[in-house]
Design a protein around this ligand. Structure first.
Ligand code: NAD
Length: 255
């Protein structure tokens, strides 16, 4: 990252921190001086992200948990505040992919899982984070992960697109509810970024990885670090006038 942000003395909370965009963003927050709380289902993945952060001189708190559980989310926010005294920035990023299937073939169980992790998870996390920020005073910044599938439809992705469109509606409304409290809430819409999720998804999709690259006008997949820089900007004081936006970072995919 060529722009340097200063999050010294601040605490960032990252979900889906065991892999991909969450790991890259947690590492970027720590390099910018933040203490970072790491939430995910994968304990091994969390330990590895924490190792990357502490090897670099940073501070990380490993919080295994499920973002679809109200109790796990509240406990993670409480433990973050107990350990670091505050929570200033959050990247609510945990999500699961949808195998390519038509709307008619989508099982309710898949719908519930996809909407549950992405949309309900973002709601539960944002709500607990805002409640803490209101109690502490002094504001804060929250970024919820949407997708290109949050701003346009994608064939074979009805449940995923519904969850990601929902995140934008929720984010915009929460931003209006809490703008006067100094709490900014934004959504980020990544294009196709080279992570484990995209490796798995590429294997199930006709055309595979080459087909995914062909969908990116810039001729390559995005790097997780390119999403991390956008998250840090949205959470920084440079973005103090930015709230309720859905920032698209997608190599032109949805243009
Ligand atoms: P990833 O699969 O590499 O990482 C997702 C992480 O979320 C995993 O570590 C997983 O264990 C965790 N997770 C899943 N369910 C969880 C739950 N219930 N509670 C806690 N953690 C849970 O995926 P990624 O590519 O880094 O994607 C991160 C987010 O970005 C997702 O919401 C995804 O939909 C979104 N996104 C990704 C891309 C992309 O191209 N990679 C594009 C647009 C949006």
């Amino acid at each position: 990252m060529s722009v340097t942000y200063d999050f010294a003395g601040r605490t960032a909370f990252v979900t889906g921190a065991a892999s991909g965009l969450g790991r890259a963003t947690a590492v970027a927050f720590a390099r910018a001086g933040a203490q970072v709380a790491l939430v995910d289902l994968s304990v091994d993945g969390l330990e590895e992200t924490a190792r990357l952060i502490t090897a670099d001189g940073g501070q990380a708190l490993v919080l295994p948990g499920d973002v679809t559980s109200e109790g796990d989310v509240q406990a993670a926010v409480d433990r973050t505040v107990e350990r670091f005294g505050r929570l200033d920035a959050a990247f609510n990023n945990a999500g699961v992919e949808q195998p390519v299937q038509s709307a008619a073939d989508t099982a309710k169980q898949d719908w519930d899982r996809i909407v549950g992790v992405s949309l309900t998870g973002a709601f539960l996390c944002t709500r607990a984070q805002i409640r803490h920020m209101l109690q502490r005073g002094g504001g804060g910044a929250i970024v919820n992960v949407s997708s290109g599938a949050g701003v346009k439809g994608f064939k074979g992705q009805a449940a995923y697109a519904a969850a990601k469109h929902g995140i934008i509606g929720f984010t915009r409304s929460a931003a209006l509810d809490h703008a006067a409290d100094g709490i900014r809430v934004n959504a980020l819409c990544p294009g196709i970024i080279d992570t484990e999720m995209i490796r798995r998804f590429g294997d199930t999709r006709p055309g595979g990885r080459d087909g995914l690259i062909a969908d990116e006008p810039v001729g390559r997949l995005g790097k997780p670090e390119e999403i991390a820089s956008a998250v840090l900007w949205l959470c920084s004081t440079d973005a103090a006038f930015t709230t309720g936006t859905a920032l698209v970072v997608d190599g032109g995919q949805t243009t």
